[in-house]
Design a protein around this ligand. Structure first.
Ligand code: URA
Length: 256
């Protein structure tokens, strides 16, 4: 069976225009399919066989977007390269995704010493949606701290502490008592540089261990340190929550 696409979707996937603008291009008679002007917004294109021209220029489908999640181990850099030769997340890419390395961007960093959930994607719109403060996607961290916070400090932490002259947004802090050593779950809706560590430091507490365990409703699941997984439709629904309209849509607002 051939994979056909509606003409407007095809134009959007080629990067010719957004889907809305693509409809206008078709209505304006600027698009031809196999030499015939396309006037029908529901026309189907078979990318493998049909020749589509926009203003006389041939269009080809952009390669499909890929989004990967990694359980980043400690002592791995989230960076394209390192002057000191330390391992980066790109060094950990599985064989089948190596050729994507130059197109894959990471979505929000994790420090060298932080482990846990990291997303890498070829989809610039997804990066924007997950990192722009206005979208307020939750990120949850597990923290092992050098000492317990007092009740007042915990209150202050949740209401916001000052880092670099600016107060952090309200966040959730939950005490997790594991083997009697102070451990916390922290849920943030913003992503400032080294934010969790600096919030604890602002109260005179050191973070001994830090792990990101969730973005939106997407969790690490059974992914072990150093393992990768390609996100599927269900993972995207989790990423954006199941209770919003957006959850029914993929990163480009497409129905999945
Ligand atoms: N906050 C930090 O301090 N470090 C991270 O890697 C992520 C969030």
């Amino acid at each position: 069976m051939n994979d056909t696409l509606r003409i407007v979707r095809f134009l959007a996937r080629c990067g010719a225009a957004s889907r809305r603008d693509a409809a206008d291009l078709v209505r304006a008679g600027r698009v031809t399919i196999n030499g015939v002007v396309c006037a029908d917004l529901s026309a189907q294109v078979d990318p493998a066989r049909d020749v589509v021209l926009f203003d006389g220029k041939p269009l080809t489908l952009a390669p499909r977007d890929v989004t990967l999640m990694l359980n980043k181990p400690r002592e791995v850099l989230v960076s394209r390269g390192d002057m000191r030769g330390r391992r980066t997340v790109y060094d950990l890419l599985p064989e089948e995704h190596r050729e994507l390395a130059s197109r894959l961007a990471y979505v929000g960093r994790l420090d060298f010493d932080t482990e846990g959930l990291l997303l890498l994607t070829t989809d610039g719109e997804l990066v924007n949606r997950l990192t722009h403060p206005s979208h307020e996607v939750e990120k949850e961290y597990r923290v092992r701290a050098s000492r317990e916070l007092t009740v007042e400090e915990a209150q202050q932490f949740q209401e916001g502490v000052e880092i670099e002259g600016r107060k952090t947004q309200a966040c959730q802090l939950t005490r997790l008592d594991r083997d009697g050593r102070p451990a916390y779950a922290v849920v943030l809706r913003e992503g400032r540089n080294r934010q969790v560590r600096r919030m604890f430091e602002a109260l005179g507490v050191r973070v001994l261990n830090l792990k990101r365990v969730r973005i939106g409703k997407l969790t690490l699941g059974g992914l072990q340190a150093g393992q990768w997984k390609e996100l599927g439709p269900e993972d995207f629904r989790r990423l954006f929550g199941t209770d919003s309209k957006r959850s029914q849509r993929g990163p480009r607002g497409k129905k999945r």
